[in-house]
Design a protein around this ligand. Structure first.
Ligand code: BDR
Ligand code: CA
Length: 314
């Protein structure tokens, strides 16, 4: 039976690929809705982008607007990575205008109502932006925490340096208080941080394969990733940008792609240079009970192969 997921996102190029991968994979996943948060760009743009991506997929999927800003801090955005629109393309061609509306229900209410309405242990939450919507949902309705099957996130950096500060990964840094609340909540948590996503590089042959073999949507995605590659290649000097967010969806479709290890993770919320760091206890030095399954390795060729195959189905 297909896993039923709610995908919380802030598109964003890699969010867009994650959404498309999920919508294409109907045998394994049923997307109950996209809940959108401010992150890579402000909420009005992430919302527009989410609707454009669903329109591109030509699949039915409801889109819900969530929180425009973090719980306690001003929002930090990433136009330097994703462009002014959040989904700039290499060719300059924008995605087509959306035909999908914004639902009237708030994203947080949708998450709470859905997890309560569906059978216990049947809904998986996937979060690939700042964790604001998730933390607010948990604060509003703690009963949903043990009801959900699991929460799979892209966020954090256990052993890698940060990408927005030397210590912190972007999604955690934008709303560290929300992240702290989520990591401390007791939810069944699966973490795809920079440790794994920095192994998933959009190299020229992989980009070419998406363009050549990914069908109608693959061509559009390759154009988007062409833009996305530019900033990270100049920043890191790698062969391509890391394709972060689709790791979460690939894990739900084909978990054997990844190596995982259970450990204790705590988010640093103290003001200072480590704000937003996910302090990850590989060796069990603290005696704290492990609270997250952390991705440590993976098969990058298979990951990109899966994405290309699935994009072609749209
Ligand atoms: C994360 O930050 C965003 O820019 C990406 O969409 C991804 O979710 C990577 O640090
Ligand atoms: Ca994202």
């Amino acid at each position: 039976m297909a896993k039923r997921i709610i995908l919380d996102c802030d598109p964003g190029h890699d969010d867009a690929v994650a959404i498309l991968l999920a919508l294409a994979s109907t045998d394994e996943l049923e997307v109950l809705g996209l809940t959108v948060v401010g992150g890579n760009v402000p909420l009005h743009s992430t919302l527009l982008n989410a609707r454009k991506v669903v329109t591109l997929a030509q699949r039915e999927c409801k889109v819900f607007a969530g929180c425009p800003r973090p719980m306690m801090r001003d929002i930090v955005t990433a136009e330097h990575v994703h462009g002014e629109t959040g989904l700039d393309s290499g060719s300059g061609t924008p995605l087509g205008e959306p035909t999908v509306p914004v639902e009237s229900t708030h994203a947080v209410n949708f998450i709470v109502e859905t997890v309560r309405a569906e059978p216990e242990n049947s809904v998986t939450l996937v979060a690939i932006g700042p964790l604001t919507n998730i933390a607010v949902a948990f604060a509003m309705a703690p009963d949903i925490i043990p009801r959900m099957h699991e929460l799979v996130i892209m966020g954090g950096a256990g052993f890698e340096p940060g990408n927005i500060t030397p210590a912190a990964e972007f999604n955690i840094y934008v709303d560290p208080q929300a992240a702290r609340a989520v990591f401390d909540s007791g939810v069944n948590l699966i973490m795809f941080g920079l440790d794994i996503t920095h192994q998933m590089l959009i190299t020229p042959p992989r980009l070419e394969a998406v363009n050549r073999d990914g069908g109608r949507v693959g061509t559009v995605v390759a154009d988007l990733l062409d833009f996305f590659n530019q900033y990270d290649i100049s920043k890191y000097g790698w062969e391509g940008a890391p394709l972060h967010d689709p790791c979460t969806i690939a894990y739900l479709i084909e978990p054997a792609i990844f190596e995982m290890r259970k450990m204790h993770v705590v988010v640093d919320t103290t003001d200072g240079p480590s704000l937003g760091r996910t302090v990850t206890d590989w060796w069990g030095a603290t005696q704290e009970k492990p609270n997250a399954m952390v991705a440590t390795g993976g098969n990058a060729d298979r990951f990109f192969g899966l994405i290309t195959e699935r994009l072609k189905l749209l």
